[in-house]
Ligand binder design. Sequence first.
Ligand SMILES: CC(C)(COP(=O)(O)OP(=O)(O)OC[C@H]1O[C@@H](n2cnc3c(N)ncnc32)[C@H](O)[C@@H]1OP(=O)(O)O)[C@@H](O)C(=O)NCCC(=O)NCCS
Length: 197
Amino acid sequence: MAANANRRSRIQATSTILDLAMAGVRQARLDDAGAIAGVYVVAWRSTYQGLLPADFLDRMSVDELTQRWGTTLVQARGPVFVAEDGGQVVGFASGGPERDRNPTFGAEVYAIYLLPQAQGKGLGRSLVRAVASTLQAAGHRSLLIWVLRDNLRARGFYEHLGGRLVGEHLLDFNAGFSVPEVAYGWEDLEPLTRPHG
Ligand SMILES: CC(C)(COP(=O)(O)OP(=O)(O)OC[C@H]1O[C@@H](n2cnc3c(N)ncnc32)[C@H](O)[C@@H]1OP(=O)(O)O)[C@@H](O)C(=O)NCCC(=O)NCCS
């Protein structure tokens, strides 16, 4: 019985990896830190224009973020996936255990960003599936994502994927300003791990 269940879950994991590879999504490697940092800066500047102070966005540094992502990838505390188009990294997502002792949601998507030209093509859904499947394989059952309250496009995406509004707080950027965020939760992350369509 247990052997069959293990076999089924191995087959499912292999088929998920194959699906994701077809969709252009793969696990991040250590040498992706610079590409991830580049996507991060471009996506933040376009997404958060008007939502975060312009001088804060201007000061973002690809070099500094490359170091930070290098450390994240070496520490490997949770899944990091990248999306590629034509061999170039055009997006990424990361996740791991929920960071604020939430009693209901055990895992969290920490970040998900695509270059503007890569949005709206299904890559966001595939990145969420990749992170959710890895978290599920690590034993997590539920998932949370924080998003700026006024980032309406991303909120629409999470609602479309079945997320339920489950929290709100003020996020202090430790840079002289705070911004309201809301949380979307999935009490069961299974639907996020299934192939679409
Ligand atoms: C938010 C983001 C990750 C979504 O990824 P994406 O690749 O653009 O979205 P997808 O193309 O995978 O969309 C998946 C599904 O969600 C739907 N969807 C996407 N945005 C939607 C919206 N605002 N409202 C309703 N449905 C939406 C799509 O129509 C699609 O539906 P289908 O698969 O059932 O046909 C991406 O747009 C992005 O990087 N945005 C900028 C950065 C950002 O805001 N990140 C989130 C920080 S918390």
